[in-house]
Design a protein around this ligand. Structure first.
Ligand code: ASP
Length: 337
């Protein structure tokens, strides 16, 4: 019998409507369990650790990511797999953070939630939770099929750090625009083995929970007509994400280029991401992206903004890296992102 640890953080899956304010509020796991008697019928040995109070995922951040990583590390040998119940709003950030903190992970860490609370008649919570558990317990003989941090949502299993929430109202709320799905659930579970992450090294599982304080990181989405003059008033910023157009184009106006050049000349680093969900940046494809190599810009390629932001937090000022190493490490894959 497989042993699975459920880590309950909160989110819509476990919310109920406050009769006075009419707003959804998270409730404790015990209340959730009562609404899902099927849990007791599963051929699994399930243990639960809950956040108390349960959180809306907009309140989940570095402190909670570390807490989850440490819970998994502490109980890694004891369980066959892990299922995190989480709000959908920031699930991709948590998945990205855990994928980078859990080094040489060789067990399933599945994250799921739902668009409607478990108690609602038409809720998607039951299927997400029960199939999420099934993926957390899926083994081929003695080896776990999933050996990475994945998000299970509406019949699809995604690589966590490639996923993004794209709908606030559809059950089909998640996408992985630049990486194929890992598995899907229908009458049978279909696993796409060629898409799964496998560590080629033989190093043991460990955690590295380093995340910088993001006060030196800044994110700007370039909008037509935007003025970047304010950059000179942000002397503490060392890493600037620029989410530019299409495959990486930038207006050639001096009021855009000059502040960026000044920022770089003072030692700042720029990371270029695309505003398109699908595809990525390609320096030099257009005349309007030839400036980036001259600015020693770092390419975020086809990474999601969620994953790129977390990766920068994980690598910037990492005690084992010099600031010269930042670019090289940022541009290489840490966990299939
Ligand atoms: N606001 C909720 C959360 O992220 C939304 C959800 O779970 O779907 O916690």
């Amino acid at each position: 019998m497989k042993k699975i640890l459920i880590l309950y953080t909160g989110g819509t899956i476990g919310m109920v409507k406050n009769p006075t304010t009419e707003s959804l509020e998270p409730v404790d796991f015990q209340d959730l369990q009562k609404k899902l008697p099927e849990l007791a019928l599963l051929q699994m040995d399930i243990d639960v650790e809950s956040f108390s109070p349960a959180l809306d995922s907009s309140d989940v951040g570095p402190k909670e990511w570390k807490r989850l990583a440490h819970s998994i590390a502490r109980r890694y040998d004891e369980f066959h797999g892990f299922l995190i119940l989480h709000g959908t709003d920031t699930m991709s950030y948590t998945a990205s953070a855990l994928s980078m903190m859990l080094k040489n992970l060789r067990k399933p860490v599945i994250i799921t939630g739902s668009q409607l609370p478990l108690g609602d008649l038409r809720s998607d919570a039951r299927e997400n939770l029960l199939t999420g558990l099934t993926f957390a317990a899926l083994y081929d003989e003695n080896s776990p099929v999933i050996q990475e941090v994945a998000i299970y949502f509406e019949y699809k299993l995604f690589r966590g750090n490639r996923s993004t929430k794209f709908s606030a109202e559809d059950f089909d709320a998640y996408q992985s625009p630049n990486y194929p799905i890992l598995a899907e659930s229908g009458v049978r579970l279909k696993v796409f083995y060629e898409n799964l992450l496998r560590h080629e090294n033989t190093q043991a599982f460990t955690i590295d929970d380093y995340l910088c304080n993001p006060e030196e990181l800044h994110f700007i989405r370039l909008l037509p007509g935007i003025d970047l003059g304010h950059l000179s008033y942000l002397p503490n910023i060392k890493i600037l994400f620029l989410q530019v157009f299409g495959s990486g184009t930038l207006p050639q106006r001096q009021d855009i280029i000059k502040p960026i050049q000044e920022f770089v000349s003072k030692g700042g680093k720029i990371i270029i991401l695309s505003q398109c969900m699908q595809g990525g940046v390609e320096f030099g494809k257009y005349e309007n992206s030839r400036i980036f190599p001259l600015l020693k810009a770092i390419s975020g390629r086809d990474m999601t903004p969620e994953s790129a932001w977390i990766k920068a937090m994980h690598l910037w000022k990492h005690p084992a890296l010099s600031s010269h190493d930042f670019q090289a490490y940022f541009e290489k894959s840490l966990a299939g992102e």
